[in-house]
Design a protein around this ligand. Structure first.
Ligand code: AGP
Length: 598
């Protein structure tokens, strides 16, 4: 969703750097962009609807300077227009603000400011911040105090960066929206996530809710804002070991394809770091002895959570429930201080997940998390985090992080069950080998399957047992990037309704279990839909030969690790279908990589 950057340099100009950092945030999704630069004591703003490149072309018309802020906007309050794009400036042009988040009751502040003579030029909640700072500046004079007083009046979620005429620094504030500070040499930065700044630094300070900060080219000062007074906070710098090369597409046409191909390497890496997950597994086991485990996640991470529930039950005999994060407030009245939340999130910034965690924490529950992005808000709210070590994921469609989440859940459940490190490692290495050796073949067959799907209106994905969530994931991938309607179903549930939609030629992709007992049942399900004219595509173990119209045989050694194999053709089918339809799989319409609003 909205992305923020800010750069304070000693001498050099910032526009080029602001644009480079903003472009690293493009993957979050945006509809408009803008920058504001302080030069010769004056603020110059350029903003507009469309791509950052469009803004670049027009930057020639503004003066460069050495302090600036930038923004990519994903519309929430107000339509997509130049007026609503950020940065927003105050009436006298002396304050510029960029903001990610949503302010509650901003109309009350807006009306108050209008009564004082402020004139608004957008429909956004953000614009009130610029006018409010201007108002406080007139009252108080000191820019840091004026900024903090303005922030104190805001309610809701915000990551804010602001520059003020005549001052060579950037002011920041954070509450429930991500904001990191990058520490450089003779220059300092801020951004919505580390990906925007990795090409500049690997040293970061992660701001906490309620903190405000000031960054100059040589200094970072942080305060905690409490009851309108500011208490100085110590700067805690963390080093992030993600390489900036991971943010490069290399020779791949799209990030999504690159990320799909990275999967065997991630599995090998995880297979070699099983000991790292021992502490987390012990903690989960210990916590489960005092109460229930609620797995909480959204989208693809929710599907991984369902597989996690299966693995915890099957391997470790452990009871758990899975709650969709956005539904947690309504479905969690039983969760209390003896329980544990196992939150799963790639970004660690999904607002629904964070809200669920905050609710659970307020009732005294313990929080464990499985996350990808170091320093993300979820990791700050958790008692302990297990990182999935997948590196940055840029494609909006989650691919490698799903596989890594499932692999980590497999490791954790296996460790709790008492399986030896060697056996767990073997299980993962086998999957990695199969993927490594078959990737090209899987891609070729998936492309062929995609040619059978691209002119269809509906596609169904069926699975049983541990691959029922994999079917859900296959359907999500196809619908989110190709815009073809797709449904995932447990194969046995199909006859309780959706079978009515089966008519001649409707494609159904069936994930055939390697486990004999479940396979027998799915064969029957396949017969049911074929006899009604469905076009069946099976992804099945090499060792069997289930009749269907089209099949992709794969080497599946164990049912419990099969989701990590079966999901790959599903990702590639979605990818090839989207590309054949001329859709950009990295940036599907209406979607953002990190969903930071509820
Ligand atoms: C998956 O392809 C999605 N783009 C989406 O469902 C995503 O998994 C969801 O928004 C959750 O994100 P998170 O893992 O960062 O919390």
């Amino acid at each position: 969703m909205c992305g923020i950057v800010g750069i304070a340099k000693r001498r050099d100009h910032v526009i080029k750097d602001l644009i480079a950092a903003l472009k690293k945030l493009e993957y979050r999704g945006y509809d408009s962009a803008g920058i504001a630069v302080l030069s010769n004591g004056t603020i110059h703003v350029i903003k507009g609807v469309g791509t950052i490149d469009k803004v670049i072309n027009s930057t020639r018309s503004i003066k460069d300077g050495n302090v600036g802020i930038g923004h990519t906007r994903w519309a929430t309050h107000g339509g997509v227009s130049k007026e609503n794009a950020h940065p927003h400036i105050s009436c006298n042009g002396e304050v510029a603000v960029v903001h990610n988040g949503t302010l509650d009751d901003f109309n009350i502040i807006r009306d108050k400011l209008i009564r004082k003579g402020h004139k608004f030029s957008s429909e956004t909640d953000t614009e009130v911040i610029a006018h409010l700072i201007e108002e406080k500046l007139a009252e108080i004079g000191d820019p840091v105090k004026a900024f903090s007083q303005a922030i104190y009046e805001l309610k809701g979620s915000y990551a804010i960066a602001s520059i003020i005429k005549g001052y060579n620094f950037i002011l920041l504030a954070r509450n429930k929206s991500p904001l990191v500070i990058g520490v450089g040499n003779g220059e300092n930065y801020c951004a919505s996530d580390v990906a925007a700044l990795l090409h500049k630094t690997n040293r970061f300070i992660f701001l906490k809710d309620g903190e405000i900060a000031l960054i100059t080219p040589d200094r970072v000062d942080i305060w905690y804002l409490s009851e309108s007074t500011m208490k100085k906070v110590e700067n805690k710098i963390e080093v992030i070991d993600w390489s900036p090369q991971l943010l490069d597409k290399g020779n791949y046409e799209y990030f999504m394809l690159k990320e799909i191909y990275e999967q065997p390497y991630i599995l090998n890496k995880l297979a070699n770091s099983i000991d790292y997950y021992k502490k987390f597994s012990d903690q989960l086991l210990r916590y489960s002895e005092s109460g229930g485990i609620s797995i909480v996640a959204a989208g693809t991470s929710y599907h991984a959570g369902l597989i996690g529930k299966f693995l915890l039950s099957k391997l470790a005999g452990m009871r758990s429930e899975v709650i969709i994060a956005s539904e947690f407030p309504e479905w969690s009245h039983h969760v209390n201080k003896s329980d544990t939340i196992l939150a799963i999130s790639q970004s660690g910034e999904t607002a629904d997940v964070l809200e669920a965690v905050r609710i659970a924490k307020s009732r005294g529950a313990k929080v464990l998390s499985i996350a990808n992005v170091p320093g993300s808000t979820l990791t700050r709210l958790s008692d302990e985090t297990a990182f999935i070590q997948a590196g940055p994921e840029i494609g909006v469609a989650a691919t490698k992080t799903f596989l890594a989440q499932v692999a980590v859940l497999y490791i954790i459940s296996s460790l709790i069950s008492g399986k030896s490190t060697v056996r767990i490692k073997d299980g993962l290495i086998n999957v990695a080998k199969e993927l490594e050796s078959s990737m090209e073949h899987i891609s070729t067959i998936s492309r062929r399957i995609s040619s059978l799907l691209m002119d269809r209106e509906h596609v169904f994905f069926l699975g049983r047992g541990i691959n029922y969530p994999t079917a859900l994931e296959g359907a999500l991938k196809l619908k989110e990037i190709s815009y073809i309607h797709a449904e995932g179903y447990p194969a046995g549930e199909y006859k309780h309704g959706p079978l009515a939609l089966i008519e001649k030629g409707v494609p159904s992709i069936v994930l055939v279990p390697s486990d004999e007992r479940t396979r027998e049942k799915i064969i029957y399900n396949i017969m049911e839909i074929r006899s009604r004219g469905a076009f069946t595509i099976t992804i099945q173990p090499k060792s069997v030969n289930i009749p269907s119209d089209f099949s992709l045989p794969l080497d599946v050694k164990s049912e419990l690790t099969s989701p990590m194999i079966y999901v790959v053709p599903l990702q590639l089918i979605a990818y090839h279908t989207a590309v054949s339809l001329g859709r950009n799989p990295d940036k599907p319409r209406n979607l953002a990589k990190s969903v930071t609003v509820e």
